[in-house]
Design a protein around this ligand. Sequence first.
Ligand code: MTE
Ligand code: MO
Length: 507
Amino acid sequence: MSGSERPTRWMAALAGIASAALGLGVGELVGAFVDPASAPLSAVGSAAIDLAPAWAKDLAISLFGTGDKAALLVFIGVVVAAVAAVAGVVQRSHRPWGAVLACAIGVVGVAAAMTRAAAGPLAPLPSILAGLAAAVALSRIVGRESPPGAQPQGLTRRGFFVASGAAAVVGVALVGLSAARRGISTGASALREAVRLPRAASTATLPAGAELGVDGLTPVVTPNDAFYRIDTALVIPQLDPSEWSLRIHGMVEHEITITWQELLALPLEESYTTLACVSNTVGGGLVGNALWLGYPIRELLARAVPSADADMVLSRSHDGFTAGTPLETLTDERDAILAVGMNGDPLPVEHGFPVRMVVPGLYGYVSATKWVTELEVTRFDRARAYWTDRGWSAEGPIKMESRIDVPRGPDVAAGSVAIAGVAWNQHTGVSGVEVRIDDGGWQAAELATAISDDTWVQWTTSADLAPGEHTIRCRAIGADGEVQTSEVADPAPNGASGWHARTVTAA
Ligand SMILES: Nc1nc2c(c(=O)[nH]1)N[C@H]1C(S)=C(S)[C@@H](COP(=O)(O)O)O[C@H]1N2
Ligand SMILES: [Mo]
């Protein structure tokens, strides 16, 4: 076939997608150099996260767990491809409106990039260039229509496929390059490598007997690389500790600012605290225990002197996330700290380097601000935090829970079976765990030595299982006598509840 002809609808749709790929590649590459958070995918993804209501976050985490961010990017890619295909078809019949639509996709990226909390003056650039590149490519590939009888203009059928293929390949290559560039740009991880944390002024020790050593049981201290990660940051904030500072302001007598050097010069304290995410489902893994090193927030607040009618501290992270923490939990005797160390190392970048909050007893969304740069002393009736605006409760005390880790099932050998797990009831403590097989009675499990009331505790027991299917359930008893509720609740709006159950088949 020779000479140019009008592309079919399918060809035009393909050209739209190829042009969008090229635009995306350009935008991502420029973003990788200008500011990774302003790259089109990251910017639109972050904006989508910010716009998501409680049920959407809940659904994303229950479907994809900590792979929720990857799932979001794939979803955005599919939506962009669909709109781009439409742009191609429109361009074929209603020039230049397809190219205009391609530009409009870029405009969405610009808007998203400019509304990021940490947006700089160049934030719109990557998406502007992405939109332009896509529009130009599309108007080139889906050529001008020729009047009837005139010499056809534009690409031959072969030229059309070559051009579309080239745009797509170049686009994908540029996306790959930008990912490589981001990988090389060491950002905060190089700065973190250089950090030498001071020795703790007060240390915490792991009591003998805290670790039961049962095969398959979650270790009592979660290694950093196994610690769950949950946040709204599609691009992990890269902070330079030498430029970091924390400002305490709002309803205080003295506004104060503390730098990284000043913080490290203070007597730092070690404490074990078990962190839990409000999105954790019963039996889920969004909970972990670490040895934190940090300075009591109580001491800093004492310097700032909060006013008597303040009842909340709104902490803000570099990327705009906020958490509203009851002032009382930051001034009472608990180990509410500005943490700089996690399990003997500087905070991993994805866990808040250089400084985050850790507050025993409260879900992360109301307390555990990573990359924290600001504490505003305020009131619950004046300020709203990030997730409070999206349907989650303003206050989030952690609910008592217990989890069965062993046996994982589905098959076990009949006879005596080891059963073990963890239980937590932060800041009150766990006094017992009970296990029930099928409809039998509750039997007390053996508790490991708890590190403290602020940490989870391992438990173990065993049961004789006859051949057949069995359901194992567990429940914790609080140090205050409260029995873990059987009432089933979803994570939204203030945490899941109910008894964890595992069904196994003994043979
Ligand atoms: N800056 C920032 N801090 C944040 C969040 C966030 O989205 N941004 N998420 C919070 C939530 S919901 C939880 S459960 C904990 C998780 O901390 P981790 O990722 O270190 O386990 O961080 C909290 N701190
Ligand atoms: Mo969370």
